[in-house]
Design a binder for this molecule. Sequence first.
Ligand code: ASP
Length: 346
Amino acid sequence: MDKLLYFIAVLVIFSSCQNEQKTKSASTEKIPEEAKFSIVIHGGAGTIKKENISAEREADYRKKLEEAIKVGYTILKNGGSSLDAVEKTINVLEDSPLFNAGRGAVLTYEGINEHDASIMDGNSLNAGASAGTRIVKNPIGLAREVMDNSPHVMLSGRGAETFARKQGLKVVEPNYFFTDSKKKALERTQASEKNKTVSFYDSDIKDSKFGTVGCVALDKNGNLAAGTSTGGMTNKRWGRIGDSPIIGAGTYANNKTCAISSTGWGEFFIRGMVAYDISALMEYKGLSLKEAAKLVIHKKLPELGGDGGIIAVDSQGNMAMEFNTSGMFRATMSNKEKLYIGMFKD
Ligand code: ASP
């Protein structure tokens, strides 16, 4: 009997040791780090100076930038795709009359709105773009539709609108986009053009605020995406298309390197292939995102004569915002960093 009791006691002690061991190994087990995700937005670069903007107006911009970025941030936080985050975030900016995209787009020489947009998937290198549309409420949605549901990369003008209708996208009357402030901007630009007898590109346009919108994001699966949407430049004519719908100039995304959205004087962004150039400097020269973005925006672009800026995120979630103008509406958020909103040179 004594022997049996002794045996049971040994058994109990042994099994409690085993349990303790199990608990220890569970508590020291490596808890996987939270998957990285980042989002950056811009609302255009240009002459954006504290002294030129009222406190009330500044607050309006801050509020809208915050609302927009939080839409994308929430999608990413919940495990959604960077493409969805980019599209839905840009929708908010397109629906606001504050920016030069969707409602509030600048006016052409003829006083109408013509929208350009593009989106790119860094995982598949698939892309979609639309140019010169007049009735599609959310041009970024059309770009996405071109990417996802057509064999093409870029559609333009009335054909793009026919495709939008066919895909069931929302179309609106052209006056939906019209704002008084953009009418005044057109009048000012045309008057200065007349008075100074200067050409389209020497006019005040160069110095005015641009206002295009863009978004780049990295999702928890490590996929990058970029998108850009714009009304182009005030007083544009002859069916002018800027850089925003040009893959490699206004928008680029590649999981190997980074995602970029540009804003500024489009002709120079096209000639400099700005978005792709930043990615190529990373891929072929081994530059970091920050180094590549600085080189292109502060050296190569001004050497060509262009101005503007970019927002970017790399495959590690590092974010960059570079501009060579006096300001750029911008905001960032990530799994590690709280909301940042900027407008002027800090
Ligand atoms: N890049 C745009 C264009 O040239 C303008 C802007 O960024 O505001 O059409």
